[in-house]
Design a protein around this ligand. Structure first.
Ligand code: CA
Length: 255
């Protein structure tokens, strides 16, 4: 069983694994079942690297974050196919982090990996938005089988476009179009629009949007959100995003 202890994981022969492929966002829609970009969020200094090595040996591309703050920073810089989330983390409980991610519109699969085996923990994890829950120690073959399963399910829900009138946002390909014409957005503009569309009808505060874009506890220029909103309005028209003075921003539910 895989518990990361006492493991003599030799570095796999393909340690210089080719990282260059599958990076393009446009390729995100072409899910490669056999090779996945994985973000491991795990604070254990032995388990994290051991799991990374084991997954790399299985042909995947793992990255390791030691805290939710580090994970958040990595999620803003890269696209991952599946997030592997520990629950006991130094800066924030894994359940709380997962709830925040889902509320912010993060839609990629998440598998919780934890030693907490109580039924209520598993229920809480799945309710918080986890796709699967695996109890440590586990077999690496079981984990990779579950990764394949969440990928298959993800392909099935890839059509979940966010549509608002003539505006269409495709989270899978990270494309936006309006009246059938592609709209070029920066990564942060895209994330902002996605968060607002995913919760249309609700006002999102500037603080919530900053969390979506920059991660928690990060210093953000005080007018950063206003600047992105301004750019979005320039590209998509001034009617779409409403300012609710003193509260935040809102995209109305489509009629
Ligand atoms: Ca831990």
């Amino acid at each position: 069983m895989f518990d990361g202890r006492g493991l003599a994981w030799a570095r796999p022969a393909d340690a210089d694994f080719q990282m260059s492929e599958c990076r393009s966002l446009n390729k995100a829609a072409q899910v490669n079942i056999t090779r996945m970009r994985l973000l491991i969020v795990e604070d254990d200094p032995d388990f994290g690297p051991a799991l990374s090595d084991a997954l790399r040996a299985k042909g995947h591309q793992p990255s390791w974050a030691r805290s939710t703050a580090q994970a958040q920073a990595m999620l803003h810089g890269e696209v991952f196919d599946v997030l592997l989330l520990d629950l006991g983390l130094p800066d924030e409980d894994g359940f709380a982090y997962l709830s925040r991610l889902r509320q912010a519109g993060y839609s990629e699969p998440v598998i919780i990996l934890t030693a907490r085996d109580a039924v209520e923990d598993r229920v809480q994890g799945l309710d918080a938005g986890a796709d699967d829950y695996l109890i440590k120690p586990f077999s690496i073959d079981e984990l990779t089988a579950r990764l394949r399963a969440v990928q298959r399910r993800r392909q099935g829900r890839r059509q979940a476009l966010l549509v608002h009138g003539a505006l269409v946002l495709d989270p899978a390909s990270m494309r936006v179009s309006q009246d059938g014409q592609p709209v070029e957005l920066s990564r942060r503009e895209f994330a902002l629009l996605q968060a607002l569309l995913a919760r249309s009808g609700q006002v999102l505060s500037r603080a919530e949007l900053e969390e979506t874009l920059y991660g928690w506890g990060q210093d953000v220029e005080s007018n950063a959100i206003e600047v992105h909103i301004h750019h979005l309005r320039r590209k998509l028209g001034t009617e779409l995003i409403r300012t609710v003075r003193g509260v935040g921003y809102l995209i109305e539910r489509p009629a």
